[in-house]
Design a protein around this ligand. Structure first.
Ligand SMILES: *[C@@H]1O[C@H](CO)[C@@H](O)[C@H](O)[C@H]1NC(C)=O
Ligand SMILES: *[C@@H]1O[C@H](CO)[C@@H](O)[C@H](O)[C@H]1NC(C)=O
Length: 501
């Protein structure tokens, strides 16, 4: 398949199939699983706060703004290590996550001979009941802090509730409440799926028979699921491979028709389907999307650096790391491994009474479904749940100051738990800024015939909370935009930048 056709194909399918559901209501039973990135092995969510491998580095170039890191990694680490929750909905802190990990690891349910037997697929705050949150006001003690976790151990999936202060742990079997299904993968699951095919001599032979060097092959865990009767009771994933030869943009060089089914628990290769031998691997030429590579071949006319002045600084404040106040708005904002961000208790001031009126108790991305709808063997299973399987938060890489978000933006870090429960910091995951695009927010001018001489206009300034999830070759920007008239606008922007070359 020609690469341009390939990109158009993907885009059309995506445009036709994408289904985005936003749940903006009170969901007391929301249980976010902790999924993992499609491209896990190289540079995405690992248990460290940042990665320095050459595969994930593509630093900035002339014409694109560069801001020195602020704060330093060390001061960031210290701040998170000493953080204490300030609000009932604040995410679990590093200290709380460490406590939860300790409680789970030392619980008799998980004290099996092999300590690696427990995998934590999610560890997040178990939010207090809505009534308790609404009753709370600043200065009150916080409602009991609890963690919700999904653990897999000995082939069972357990839903855990851990009281952080007392260490009390309650466990329910997932199979008691839902008859089938598995939690989303951990990063460790995904990484092992990436390498699993190479343990198979058949796989190696198939690849070399196609004339591809094994050292050039990159495999990605694609879709997990149930693919047939004989695979009952197994946690399976289909893996697809690419040639990285002569390009960083390996997505453009699929080894088409080659699908490897891997058992995520045993890491065994269950099946290799190779039906694409007649399909050539697209050429590597001109597939590199990085500016440094593009400029050799074509002229890219970048505009001059631009920034909006705020001589008196921004109007918004962020208190206790998560409570945002701006103009007539107030809301709680936190990163979440699955949803990306959760906006809670969004309230707007009534200009007549001064009362803060509730607009939304809780809002987040519930799912983003990308079904390709191609019935052929190598494609039918490509029905991604980009939030639920991969995790919008887990796949949100740090934002690039001045390019992803404007000057005067405030950056919020995420604190997430790895598959063994160890907390880690994802820096600059969310940014908050005032947006002004030269538009008018309100205006009226009076005709000269009235003799009143009125010309009045006010600029349209909004407040934006932004994150960017890179789910393999799809870059999603999620903007929560707040307007002074009380409207919340949710924008989902998709860049298929790596294919658009
Ligand atoms: C990261 O890479 C840079 C440049 O390759 C190197 O100078 C630096 O020491 C590396 N940092 C770590 C923590 O490995
Ligand atoms: C397949 O190839 C990889 C990469 O060269 C190698 O590490 C692995 O041992 C091979 N597997 C088998 C079963 O020969």
């Amino acid at each position: 398949m020609e690469s341009t056709h390939f990109s158009r194909f993907l885009f059309l399918l995506l445009a036709a199939g994408i289904l985005i559901l936003f749940a903006c209501a009170n969901f007391p039973t929301y249980l976010p699983p902790q999924p993992s990135p499609r491209l896990s092995s190289r540079c995405s969510a690992s248990s460290s706060s940042s990665s320095n491998s050459s595969a994930c580095k593509s630093r900035k170039i002339a014409g694109i703004l560069k801001q020195p890191p602020n704060p330093t990694a060390e001061s960031r680490r210290l701040r998170h290590e000493s953080a204490t929750p300030q609000h009932p909905l604040d995410p679990l802190t590093i200290q709380e996550l460490n406590k939860v990990r300790h409680v789970i690891n030392s619980h008799h349910l998980f004290k099996s001979p092999s300590s690696s037997a427990v995998a934590l697929h999610t560890v997040v705050l178990e939010e207090p009941p809505k009534s308790a949150v609404l009753r709370w006001s600043p200065g009150d003690p916080l409602p009991p802090r609890k963690a919700f976790a999904i653990a897999r151990s000995g082939g069972d999936t357990l839903l855990l509730s851990v009281d952080v202060a007392s260490g009390e742990l309650k466990a329910d079997r997932a199979s008691d409440s839902s008859p089938s299904g598995y939690p989303t993968m951990t990063v460790e699951d995904m990484t092992s799926a990436t390498w699993a095919p190479f343990a198979s001599a058949d796989f190696n032979r198939t690849v070399t028979d196609r004339g591809v060097e094994l050292s050039d092959v990159a495999c990605l865990p694609i879709s997990l699921g149930w693919f047939g009767k004989k695979e009952e009771d197994r946690r399976l994933i289909k893996v697809q491979c690419y040639s990285m030869k002569d390009t960083v943009n390996f997505y453009m060089r699929p080894i088409e028709g080659l699908t490897v089914v891997v058992d995520l628990d045993s890491k065994d290769v269950i099946e290799i389907v190779d039906k694409g031998r007649h399909i050539p691997i697209p050429n590597a030429a001109n597939t590199d999307y990085r500016y440094s590579a593009i400029k050799k071949n074509q002229r890219l006319d970048l505009v001059n650096p631009i920034s909006i002045e705020q001589p008196k600084g921004p109007t918004f404040t962020v208190t206790g790391d998560h409570l945002v106040r701006w103009a007539n708005w107030e809301f709680h904002l936190k990163p979440d491994p699955r949803a990306g961000v959760i906006v809670s208790q969004a309230r707007v001031k009534d200009p007549e009474t001064g009362e803060m009126r509730s607009v939304m108790y809780k809002g987040y991305t519930s799912e983003l479904f990308v079904p390709y709808m191609d019935p052929t063997d190598a494609w039918y299973f490509k029905t991604y749940m980009d939030a639920g399987e991969y995790g919008f938060g887990l796949n949100s890489m740090p934002l690039d100051p001045l390019n992803d978000c404007p000057r005067n933006a405030h950056y919020m870090d995420a604190v997430f738990a790895a598959g063994d429960g160890t907390p880690y910091v994802r820096p600059n995951m969310v940014c908050i800024f005032e947006s002004y695009g030269g538009d008018i927010g309100w205006r009226h001018s009076e005709s000269p015939i009235t003799g009143m001489g009125i010309i009045e206009a006010r600029p349209k300034v909004t407040l934006v909370a932004r994150m960017a999830a890179s789910v393999a070759n799809y870059d999603y920007i999620i903007d929560w935009e707040f307007q002074t008239d009380g409207l919340i606008r949710i924008k989902v922007i998709l860049f298929l930048g790596v294919l658009d070359i």
